[in-house]
Ligand binder design. Sequence first.
Ligand code: ZN
Length: 152
Amino acid sequence: MIIYDLNCDNNHQFEGWFQNASAFESQLEGKLVCCPKCDSHKVRRVPSAVMISGHHSELNETSSVQSSSSGSTALMPVGAQAMAIYRQLIDAIAKQSEDVGTSFAEEARKIHYNEAPERPIRGEATVDECEALRDEGINVLQLPLLKDEDLN
Ligand SMILES: [Zn+2]
């Protein structure tokens, strides 16, 4: 399942949920996608802000710094509130997805090519694997690995 930010010719913005990128293309061509405000079929995709990227090495460094200075909030004074909201988002994603661990890339491909049941999954993949998945048209959301102790 992927979420696209869409825009109609009257400049209304809305979200569309699609099974995959090709489902979006075919629904758009078949005029099955319309604006919820004005019913316009002249809909186009706008660049989405959903993608959250980060590098594993950076995240690991951040985590170790945060753990070693536990009890101090001075490290990220501005980010604490944003972090809490972000954490809720990650929790929601985690609850609604199946953890497939290190076979993430393999499983994501199977779902994409209809070899496995369509479902939200999460797991671990290398930066190279994520790049390869994106090259194949499979949208991947990268999330930092947050631990409870980092946020307290
Ligand atoms: Zn509209």
